[in-house]
Design a protein around this ligand. Structure first.
Ligand code: AMP
Ligand code: MG
Length: 416
């Protein structure tokens, strides 16, 4: 598809692709990877269901009491004194059948005995020896949680393609299932490129910097539940880069690199991809992060992210994240975006879609607003750490005045 081996502009899209088009090309090209495994429920948080989960039994399995109180026999008269014949505590049911005029002491979660029609909360009850007086009298069915009220027996409770949340694990546990089948997660090999980069623990010589991209990328990959292979720092050297790509392609479904894709610098990765791989596009019209390669290398998909730390994170969230979700077999779900007033004036030149860093702040009346993080340079990684959202500014928009409404995209999706 649109390989650019012979492209006259030598590996740079002119003009860069709009983000939606880049995403559409990626999502058309990628098929979910195959393979699944059986996992203990507790290990499955953040994994993607390979098959639907069915409620093997109704939850709750029995009618039970929503209150501490007294279960009253059907057919008793409103206001009549009741004879206390036993108790139904959680885990210790009353095994008899109530006859009109009878009641049992019942606790929250206790099974409602046969013959009972309602539960009176204990605050509405006075007892004298074995006689119970109820006022006000409960309505039929009051304070009874019905069998199957949470999950009906046989119902599909979670669809295949669902990324499991903590609540999902609990729902599955409530049906008694200890193991579930999840998809094999994508395997992602990633490495940083650049002669100036040092790994942590090494001293810095003049002009050198520490490799931070491997930490941000590793963190974001972990949040996506993929298997990560860290290939370290690779020098700006054609044979070293090719060897690193070959090794990654032998192990992973996806290769992710950062750096070495800017126009002007020795474009070794681009050359290698043109000769030994395939590129579907080279740049996306977003800021930060214009240079961004998507293609294939051997059997693996390839994403070449820009080296600038903020650009690497922004392109990962906008492009790599949806791609990995699709590869993982997850149901597509758009990023959550909404409109809030912006407390600061923001500078923006019309032309590219921008992802500025913002901090959403609660307002006194309970609504939300956003402020900018100040310096928006693509090398200012601390702006990502300070921010809790992107402020998404459309390509054609210009400066934002304080008080104007803007679109925000919160970071992260808490898997409650
Ligand atoms: P490049 O895309 O290789 O031209 O890199 C663009 C900018 O990002 C340069 O200032 C690099 O030093 C910086 N950079 C590239 N890779 C990393 C990395 N892994 N960690 C931190 N900064 C990086
Ligand atoms: Mg570089």
């Amino acid at each position: 598809m649109n390989a650019t081996h012979d492209s006259p502009d030598h590996g740079h899209d002119n003009p860069p692709l709009p983000l939606e088009q880049a995403l559409a090309r990626i999502l058309t090209a990628l098929e979910p990877i195959t393979g699944s495994r059986q996992l203990a429920l507790r290990s499955a948080l953040g994994q993607v269901l390979a098959e639907p989960v069915i409620a093997t039994e109704a939850v709750p399995a029995h009618d039970n009491s929503a209150m501490d109180g007294y279960a009253i026999a059907d057919g008793s008269e409103d206001g009549q004194p009741l004879r206390l014949v036993g108790s139904a505590f959680a885990g210790h049911p009353y095994t008899g059948t109530l006859r009109p005029g009878e009641c049992v002491r019942i606790m929250t979660g206790g099974v409602v005995p046969a013959g009972a029609g309602a539960v009176a909360m204990q605050e509405h009850v006075q007892t004298r020896e074995d006689t119970v007086h109820v006022a006000p009298w409960p309505k039929p069915g009051e304070n009874i949680r019905r069998a199957g009220e949470d999950l009906a027996e046989g119902a599909v409770i979670l669809d295949a393609g669902r990324r499991l949340s903590a609540a999902d694990l609990g729902v599955i546990a409530s049906t008694g299932q200890a193991e579930i089948r999840v998809r094999r997660p994508p395997r992602v090999a990633f490495f940083s490129t650049g002669d100036e980069l040092r790994s942590l623990g090494q001293p810095l010589e003049a002009g050198e910097i520490y490799d931070s991209n491997r930490y941000t990328l590793h963190g974001m990959l972990q949040h996506l539940g993929v298997d990560c292979l860290d290939g370290g720092v690779v020098r700006d050297d054609p044979s070293a880069l090719q060897a690193a790509l070959d090794e990654a392609a032998g192990q992973a479904d996806v290769i992710l690199t950062s750096g070495g894709v800017s126009v002007g610098e020795a474009d070794y990765l681009g050359d290698i991809l043109r000769r030994h791989g395939e590129a579907h596009f080279w740049s996306v019209a977003m800021k930060p992060g214009r240079p961004l390669t998507f293609g294939r290398y051997g059997p693996a998909w390839y994403f070449g992210l820009p080296g600038n730390p903020v650009s690497a994170m922004a392109t990962f969230t906008q492009v790599v994240t949806p791609a990995l979700r699709q590869l993982a077999g997850e149901h597509p779900s758009p990023a959550h975006r909404f409109r809030v007033p912006c407390l600061d004036a923001l500078h923006k030149k019309p032309g590219r879609l921008e992802f500025q860093r913002g901090v959403m702040v609660p307002q006194s009346e309970g609504s939300m607003a956003v402020r900018g993080t100040g310096r928006q340079g693509s090398g200012v990684l601390s702006s990502m750490s300070e921010a809790n959202c992107f402020i998404v500014l459309p390509a054609d928009s210009g400066d934002v005045a304080a008080g104007e409404w803007v679109t925000v995209e919160p970071f992260g999706r808490p898997l409650l």
